[in-house]
Structures are given as structure tokens and as C-alpha cells.
Design a protein around this ligand. Structure first.
Ligand SMILES: Nc1ncnc2c1ncn2[C@@H]1O[C@H](COP(=O)(O)OP(=O)(O)OP(=O)(O)O)[C@@H](O)[C@H]1O
Ligand SMILES: [Mg+2]
Length: 158
């Protein structure tokens, strides 16, 4: 599933739709270069999930928890130095909980993250344009993307 976003608001709107339909235990991996809009997407997702707090970039903290309709665990692996670190962090307790886990810079530790997930890749096309690709891994996430398609997110479809 592919979107072209032409503003931060559009990226948030797509994230928000996902936040509305996401279920307990869902894992969302987000990758994309610096400034691609990963946190922007998570802000929308949090809004769709009913989180009222502002989402900041957790770069200096590995994980922040927010509470909406479900708990939201926002992880940012940007500062991760080496792989063993993450294995010691006990993140699995979050990934396999009733909350929703969203992981920025997931490419830094792909082999340690749940094999079944929704992958979101953001690419900078131009100053305000982003290409957003959603790739499901596993039955649950294929179902999630189908659900998102059924929502007909107007204006963003490629
Ligand atoms: N279409 C767009 N979608 C998302 N962000 C956009 C878009 N156009 C411009 N921007 C700008 O790009 C920046 C994205 O910042 P954001 O913090 O979300 O990126 P990030 O991928 O999380 O970066 P980092 O790797 O530093 O965590 C913001 O300044 C935002 O205003
Ligand atoms: Mg970020």
C-alpha cells in the first residue's frame, strides 16, 4: 500500500486512521531517513488512538509510554549503539503486551524485533512530499492493511 503525502498534516492524517483501527498487541515498525516524518506519523497515530498528550521525539529516551484507548509504547532506536543493548532492554515485554508498540529506526535492530509487524517506510521526495509505503508481515497485518484500504483515505492514494 502506497501513499504520497504532501504535508505534515497529511502524514498525520494517515497515521491517525491507522491509530483508529489498531488492536492490542500490534507492532508497527517505522523506517526512513532523518526528517522523513517518522515522528510526525506517530503523532497522528497517537491522536487516532485517543492519546491527548503531545508526542515528542524520544531520541534521548529509548521508550515512552502514552495512554489512549490502548497503551502506546513509542520506541526510538536512533541512539542504539550495538545490538546486544536492545536484547537487555526487556522490550519484548512491551511487544507482546496488550499495548501497541511503534518503533522508529526499526532497521537498526530488525532481527530482534517481532517478525510479524506492519512496516512503514517513509521517503523524502521533496521539501513537503513524502512517499509512504506500508508492508504487512503476517496475517494480522495483511488484515490491518485491508481494513485501511477499505477506509478510502481520500486524497492520499497514489
Ligand atoms: N509530507 C510531510 N510529512 C511529514 N513531515 C513533513 C512533510 N513535509 C515536511 N515535513 C517536515 O519534515 C519533518 C519531519 O520530522 P520528524 O521529526 O517527523 O522526522 P523523523 O523521521 O522522526 O526524524 P528523526 O529521524 O530525526 O526522528 C518536520 O519538520 C515536518 O514538518
Ligand atoms: Mg523521529
Amino acid at each position: 500500500m502506497l501513499f504520497i503525502s504532501r504535508s505534515p498534516q497529511a502524514t498525520q492524517a494517515i497515521g491517525s486512521k491507522l491509530g483508529e483501527i489498531i488492536k492490542p498487541g500490534d507492532v508497527i515498525l517505522i523506517i526512513g531517513e532523518l526528517g522523513a516524518g517518522k515522528t510526525c506519523f506517530v503523532q497522528g497515530l497517537a491522536r487516532g488512538l485517543g492519546v491527548e498528550e503531545n508526542i515528542s521525539s524520544p531520541s534521548f529516551v529509548l521508550l515512552r509510554q502514552y495512554n489512549g484507548r490502548l497503551p502506546l509504547y513509542h520506541v526510538d532506536l536512533y541512539r542504539l549503539e550495538k545490538l546486544p543493548e536492545i536484547a537487555d532492554l526487556g522490550l519484548d515485554d512491551y511487544f507482546y503486551s496488550e499495548g501497541v508498540s511503534v518503533i522508529e529506526w526499526a532497521n537498526r535492530a530488525l532481527e530482534l524485533l517481532p517478525a510479524e509487524h506492519l512496516l512503514i517506510e517513509l521517503k523524502i521526495v521533496s521539501a513537503r512530499q513524502r512517499r509512504i509505503a506500508l508492508t504487512p508481515e503476517g496475517v494480522r497485518y495483511t488484515e490491518l492493511v485491508t481494513h485501511l484500504k477499505d477506509m478510502n483515505i481520500s486524497g492520499f492514494d497514489k
